[in-house]
Design a protein around this ligand. Structure first.
Ligand code: ADP
Length: 482
């Protein structure tokens, strides 16, 4: 295994105003490989003081960066896109090393990061204002857009590169500067962005990255008046906490929170397609994505056939260390994730669930891909997000029943429907209270479409033309006495 090139992107310091630093206290945090438990390296355990300096640097740089032309920012983003493509392999290996996902998925994630950056390099030049017909003579009313200001970005460990691409891309395209706090489990893929952005020609202070105490850094990011916007991807619980903290200074917020995705398979569905979609949407990243299928509802007529095919497909998944090219199912992120997955299985089995596949830990952070039959609405996963490789199978009789069950949740991020009836597909797409609906489609993420949730799954959209709006203020200018 050649990690030499990856090591050029492995920085064990925080990045403020174009320079690399240790924590003020010199304290560090270990970063481990979830597949082996080995320590890969350390990162600084920074806190509020370092965060304040990073915010001040971002604020200083904003004064000039926000006045650059969209063309100039677009050109730098295109260079950044080129660097991601050029170093895809090294960045993917670094990602797998700290996150655990199979290399194929890690390569896909870096490619996706590159696509987001390219998309926003294009969007940077496609921002338009309005001239509004004036209700008074001798006046002209304009609507123009202004970058929101210093953006704080807090990101999770499940997509340590692409969750940042979705925030760095539109922020820099709009003329904002950033202070970033990645998840402690996966800091290196984030710190690599500082190297890449610097090489792309973004000025010192445009992209600052801190590692360390989530509460100390998060407290400063949400409390500091120079920060104008907080963009967060993570759990609904932490998202609510951050929303409350942001309320004091009325910061703009974008929240990509948890999900509890239903996956509905109707009697008239193409079963092979449905199984393929279920595997992709359930077991990608070992079930650790916010759009992962959480509840599979199968119409009674095809229940047994679907379950047989799904079990056969699960048996084919090759489990192992992500750096092994053959592997398609890696470890969970840490021991806590294993314990939490186990708890969902035990709860279901205690309530009458039937273990069809897996159901147990495989040593270390590995947990077998699991199918549970006879799932019922009193089981924990009917309500809570699993974030692990457990596929519960519920049955239903009618279309109305399935749609009501699917909507019976506080969440509203992604949902999936498999049917060959056009009318049914339309009715489902209309009535499902979700930000993303996959009809006969289990892999729905793309930079060109809006990603985000209804209800407690979040606020705002990432990617697409809508993804820029969250980073721009709308300013109305009235020219009088013309
Ligand atoms: P997950 O369940 O995916 O780990 P979390 O919501 O716990 O999601 O974490 C997502 C990100 O939020 C991580 O970067 C984490 O360090 C950060 N985080 C966790 N708690 C807080 C907090 N109180 N304030 C700010 N950031 C936090």
């Amino acid at each position: 295994m050649n990690l030499a090139e990856s090591e050029t992107f492995l920085r064990q310091q925080i990045h403020i105003d174009g320079h690399w630093f240790d924590a003020d206290t010199r304290e560090t945090i270990d970063v481990t490989n979830p597949a082996t438990g080995e320590v890969i390296g350390t990162v600084p355990n920074a806190g509020a003081a370092e965060t304040r300096r990073a915010i001040e640097a971002a604020h200083r740089t904003f004064q000039s960066f926000s006045r650059t032309t969209a063309e100039e920012r677009a050109a730098k983003l295109r260079i950044l896109h080129g660097l991601l493509v050029e170093h895809q392999e090294a960045l993917a290996r670094l990602l797998t090393l700290e996150q655990g996902k199979p290399l194929r998925e890690a390569r896909g994630e870096i490619a996706m990061s590159a696509k987001y950056i390219l998309w926003f390099s294009e969007e940077a030049r496609r921002q338009y204002g309005d001239i509004i017909e004036s209700p008074w003579p001798n006046r002209q009313l304009q609507v123009i857009h202004a970058p929101v200001g210093v953006v704080a970005a807090i990101t999770p460990w499940n997509f340590p590169s692409s969750m940042l691409a979705r925030k760095i891309g539109p922020a820099l395209a709009a003329g904002c500067t950033l202070v970033i706090k990645p998840a402690t489990q996966t800091p290196y893929s984030a710190l690599a962005w500082a190297i890449l952005c610097e090489r792309a020609g973004f000025p010192a202070g445009a992209v600052n990255i801190l590692t360390g105490s989530a509460t100390a850094i998060g407290g400063e990011l949400t409390g500091n008046g120079l920060v104008r916007k907080v963009t967060f991807t993570g759990s609904t619980g932490v998202g609510k906490q951050l929303l409350a903290q942001c309320a004091a200074s009325v910061k703009r917020v974008s929240m990509e929170l948890g999900g509890n995705a239903p996956f509905i398979v109707f009697d008239d569905a193409n079963l092979d397609r449905a199984v393929e979609g279920a595997i992709a949407s359930k077991f990608r990243n070992s079930g650790q994505t916010c759009v992962c299928t959480n509840r599979i509802y199968v119409q009674s007529g095809i229940h047994d056939a679907f379950l047989d095919k799904l079990s056969a497909a699960v048996a084919e998944l090759k489990i192992g260390q992500g750096l092994d090219e053959e592997v398609d199912f890696g470890p969970l992120i840490d021991a806590k994730a294993v314990a939490s997955t186990e708890a969902f299985v035990q709860d279901a089995v205690a309530k009458g669930g039937r273990l069809v596949a897996g159901g147990k830990g495989l040593g270390g952070n590995f947990f077998a891909p699991t199918i549970i039959g006879n799932a019922t609405s009193d089981m924990l996963f009917a309500k809570d997000e699993i974030f692990g490789p457990v596929a519960p199978i519920f049955t239903f009789e009618t279309e109305d029943e399935s749609l009501a069950l699917a909507n019976d949740t506080e969440y509203g991020l992604a949902c999936y429907v498999y049917t060959s009836s056009l009318g049914r597909a339309h009715r489902a797409a209309q009535s499902l209270e979700y930000g993303i609906v996959g009809i006969n489609d289990g892999l729905i993420t793309t930079e060109v479409a809006p990603f985000g949730g209804f209800k407690q799954s979040g606020v705002g959209r990432e990617g697409s033309k809508y993804g820029m709006q969250d980073y721009l203020e709308t300013k109305y200018v009235s020219f009088g006495a013309l």
